[in-house]
Write a protein that binds this ligand. Structure first.
Ligand SMILES: [Zn+2]
Length: 143
């Protein structure tokens, strides 16, 4: 974990994608102390077309859409709520997405070998990938 890399890259990419969608949301904070919000998601903001309304409860880490329970990281509803109260959306990312946690899952399988000279030799011979004919798709429009 060098260079300040703390979080899984995929999660950071998803959070950045979600940040780009924040302007399609409207949020009302109903209870500042309990971190309870109502998020209205607009398909087309300028046309006022609503695609959903959700209750976000940051303290309980729940949202009506169910994604917060499933993903356990900040997505667009959570990021909008965090922005409303100037909270850090990364504080709502579960520890399982930390690189250190991921490393610890595999620690017993892969031991750390710091000295490159002690790495086992690897064959540099190229291998040929054999194709399985029965897995090929038939072209569309042909029997
Ligand atoms: Zn949600």
């Amino acid at each position: 974990m060098q260079g300040g890399h703390v979080w899984c890259t995929k999660v950071l990419q998803e959070i950045n994608k979600a940040k780009a969608r924040v302007n399609t949301m409207h949020i009302i904070c109903h209870d500042r102390d309990n971190l309870w919000f109502r998020v209205t998601e607009f398909d087309r903001l300028h046309d006022g077309i609503i695609s959903g309304q959700y209750r976000v409860h940051l303290r309980n880490r729940t949202c009506d859409c169910g994604r917060f329970d499933a993903l356990r990281y900040s997505y667009v509803h959570i990021i909008v709520a965090c922005q409303n109260l100037r909270l850090d959306p990364m504080s709502y990312v579960n520890e399982v997405y930390k690189l250190e946690t991921m490393y610890n899952v595999w620690r017993h399988v892969f031991s750390h070998v710091s000295d490159k000279r002690k790495w086992p030799p690897v064959s540099l011979a190229l291998f040929k990938l054999l194709q399985k004919r029965e897995l090929h798709r038939k072209p569309k429009g042909r029997p």
